[in-house]
Write a protein that binds this ligand. Structure first.
Ligand SMILES: Cc1cc2nc3c(=O)[nH]c(=O)nc-3n(C[C@H](O)[C@H](O)[C@H](O)COP(=O)(O)O)c2cc1C
Length: 191
């Protein structure tokens, strides 16, 4: 099961990559073949195509957009790791989603969010956005405080959060359980 972990923030000094490192370690232990999809590696323009990608059979993506679509298309499942910016997701993440045509279709996506209010509104917006690109979000979610405080630079969760029996470790474990089941089920219906 090929799992793409999307790092949904690109700003200088970001901390979303710390949370993504933590997610990747747990996902590998759950048996996923993990590939990091860091939006910094896909330097795409603002979406500017003449038609919605799902209604544009003549589309011929090039450059970073082509690389992004090929990388995403190769995956069976995703975890999007995102901060909350201004009560939503970062523009760079929304822009990357806007380029997708059918590469997410019938694939499961787990969400890991962080922020001053634990990313609640970023999660709510993503759950509204992702059906537009035909993806299926799994029910369980991981809500984290600001990643710069929750993790060290190597993506190690701080002791207080790690010791909380109702904290992020259990939440991530439960979400990975959902993702395993949904990946198996959706791989079957995509065949
Ligand atoms: C432009 C901007 C807007 C933000 N808006 C919110 C917000 O609306 N709600 C919230 O809970 N946190 C907000 N935050 C805090 C971030 O979610 C938090 O600092 C997060 O850890 C930043 O991730 P990053 O370091 O990867 O950019 C905002 C941060 C930035 C930079």
């Amino acid at each position: 099961m090929k799992l793409g972990i999307i790092i949904g923030a690109t700003r200088e000094g970001r901390s979303t990559d710390r949370a993504a490192t933590w997610v990747a370690e747990a996902a590998k232990k759950s048996g996923f073949d993990v590939k990091m999809l860091d939006l910094r590696d896909y330097d795409m323009p603002m979406f500017n195509e003449p038609a919605s990608p799902q209604y544009n059979p003549d589309r011929a993506p090039e450059g970073a957009v082509k690389q992004w679509l090929e990388a995403v298309g190769d995956m069976d499942a995703f975890i999007i790791v995102t901060p909350e910016y201004n009560r939503s997701i970062p523009g760079v993440l929304k822009n990357a989603i806007d380029f997708i045509a059918y590469e997410f279709e019938r694939k499961p996506i787990g969400i890991v969010a962080h922020g001053s209010s634990n990313g609640a509104q970023a999660v709510s917006h993503l759950r509204g956005i992702l059906p537009g690109v035909l993806a299926v979000t799994v029910p369980r979610t991981v809500f984290l405080p600001v990643a710069r405080h929750a993790f060290d630079e190597d993506g190690v969760l701080n002791e207080e959060l790690a010791a909380n029996p109702y904290g992020p470790i259990g939440a991530l474990d439960a979400m990975l359980g959902d993702l395993t089941a949904y990946t198996t089920a959706l791989n079957t219906i995509r065949q």
